[in-house]
Design a protein around this ligand. Structure first.
Ligand code: ZN
Length: 290
């Protein structure tokens, strides 16, 4: 991790945004540190004007793919700026903040590769794995519907399978914003970035604190409050419980045994928080946002 911090620090001191060379270096360090030797990384620096998608990166089939120009463009246009603190940063910290935003995407995609590794291990006591397994089960199940059949008898099963696959994928896409895998990739990557900054926190106090605010914003955005007018009662809808219910796995949710979790764990995993906890977070965020 020190190597990554050194590199990002040097770039920022020289007022430079991470480029292809730096991103390539960081990715190889990250893959090595996390013992992800089966994962490859593709860096696409596409200047094609006709290609106007805004995707930053993705992880699929053991490959992390990153769109270098999109990553750089996003921070150069300040599209990430949400907080008051971000506007008044000294120049070095401001550039560092831009580079950390790029780093967040790199760490996020690596988290997806780590999730794959966690899913292949045998540790059923771990709550993180249990939650990831629910989502993985749904995706695998959808993909299984489109197994290619090669005989006349089984080809009749292909069309119903295709219809089911599209139905499942539609459900998945609709609920993507509250996906467990996405939430945990954000939570874990932001925690790792903050831990990395620990070594230089005296030099960058505002930025170090900002990491907590960014994480709060990411993790809060999928909680909702619902007014039940007839009962005069407000209910907090937690993203992970909503996600599991919408995928049709309510029984798995009941088996999770989440009654004794601390607030930190409930919040990280997107499980039920109290109305008071919800309101404390919302008030804190309102004060922080620009
Ligand atoms: Zn993701």
């Amino acid at each position: 991790m020190n190597n990554i911090l050194d590199l990002v620090y040097d770039y920022s001191k020289n007022f430079r945004i991470l480029d292809l060379f730096a991103i390539d270096k960081i990715m190889s360090i990250l893959l090595q540190e996390n013992e992800l030797d089966t994962i490859s990384c593709e860096l696409i620096s596409d200047n094609n004007l006709f290609l106007s998608h805004k995707e930053l990166g993705y992880f699929v089939n053991n490959t992390i793919c990153l769109y270098i120009n999109n990553l750089r463009k996003k921070v150069l246009k300040d599209k990430h700026i949400l907080f008051k603190k971000e506007k008044n940063l000294p120049l070095f910290q401001y550039i560092l903040r831009q580079n950390l935003e790029i780093l967040h995407t790199l760490f996020h995609e690596v988290e997806h590769a780590i999730q794959d590794k966690i899913l292949s291990e045998n540790n059923d006591k771990d709550l993180e794995r249990k939650l990831l397994r629910i989502e993985k089960h749904f995706i695998d199940n959808a993909l299984n519907q489109i197994t290619f059949y090669d005989t006349i008898e089984t080809i009749e099963r292909y069309i119903p399978g295709l219809i089911e696959y599209h139905r499942d994928m539609k459900i998945y896409k609709t609920n993507y914003d509250i996906s467990i895998m996405e939430r945990l990739a954000d939570a874990n990557s932001l925690t790792k970035i903050k831990n990395m900054l620990e070594q230089i926190k005296k030099e960058i106090p505002e930025l170090y604190e900002l990491e907590d605010d960014i994480k709060l914003q990411y993790l809060m955005k999928s909680y909702k409050i619902l007014n039940k007018k007839h009962k005069n009662k407000e209910i907090i809808i937690s993203p992970t419980e909503e996600f599991i219910k919408n995928l049709g796995y309510i029984n798995s949710l009941n088996k999770l045994n989440i009654g004794n979790l601390t607030y930190d764990d409930r919040f990280k995993y997107g499980l039920q928080i109290t109305k008071e906890e919800y309101e404390n977070n919302t008030t804190r965020l309102k004060k922080l946002m620009k």
